[in-house]
Design a protein around this ligand. Structure first.
Ligand code: SF4
Length: 207
């Protein structure tokens, strides 16, 4: 029986949209770039992008034209600003010793937020009462009342991600419409995705 009447996500979730203005350019440091269609340069993970000044991208306005379409498409789903908040607003710029722990937490929270985003999305499908209960239980497991650096690590590396993946697999055919949407060619829609979900590149470019 479909659980059509239930509120999909009454519980408070962390923001799942990036806010670069509250971040410390963690994606521009933490992620590797492979020169090719998405990035104009090679850059190892953990090294600041040469286009970075402070926490601002100096080529933000022309990323696509300069061959950095991968930056336009990337969305941390809110993991960046949450990481900075867990470190009380610290920046690796001020204290290089913070870089590794901040990037570790960024990676853990990306995993947690990615799974939360999927659970929110499937909550809009006509799931059965039992499936909705399972979904809510997994969502709550990823949303401790008091998130900490240690809790983020334990969640990302613990059993919950595997349970979420099993749940999504078990939904099987229910996910077909979502998959069809995700499989659409991305070249004509990713840029606008970024501008909608990540308002702060503009803010960054003003800093
Ligand atoms: S957004 Fe700019 S600074 Fe960040 S990785 Fe891309 S090119 Fe480099």
């Amino acid at each position: 029986m479909a659980d059509a009447g239930s509120a999909p996500d009454a519980r408070d979730l962390p923001p799942l949209e990036a806010d670069c203005s509250a971040c410390a350019a963690l994606c521009c440091v933490g992620l590797a770039m492979d020169r090719g269609a998405a990035f104009a340069i090679d850059k190892p993970a953990g090294v600041p992008c040469p286009n970075l000044s402070g926490h601002a991208c100096t080529v933000h306005a022309t990323l696509g034209a300069r061959g950095f379409g991968g930056c336009v498409r990337f969305d941390c789903t809110g993991a960046g600003q949450r990481t900075v908040a867990l470190f009380s607003g610290a920046s690796w710029r001020d204290d290089p010793d913070m870089l590794t722990p901040m990037l570790d937490t960024f990676r853990h929270l990306r995993r947690v937020h990615e799974l939360l985003g999927l659970l929110v999305t499937v909550g809009t499908l006509p799931l059965t009462t039992r499936e909705q209960a399972r979904r809510r239980s997994l969502r709550d497991a990823l949303c401790p009342d008091d998130m900490t650096v240690a809790r983020a690590a334990a969640l990302a590396d613990g059993p919950v991600p595997g349970r979420v993946e099993r749940f999504l697999r078990d939904l099987g055919g229910c996910l077909r419409p979502l998959r069809a949407s995700a499989d659409r060619p991305t070249s004509d829609r990713k840029t606008s995705d970024r501008s909608e979900t990540c308002p702060s590149p503009q803010a960054r470019s003003k800093t």
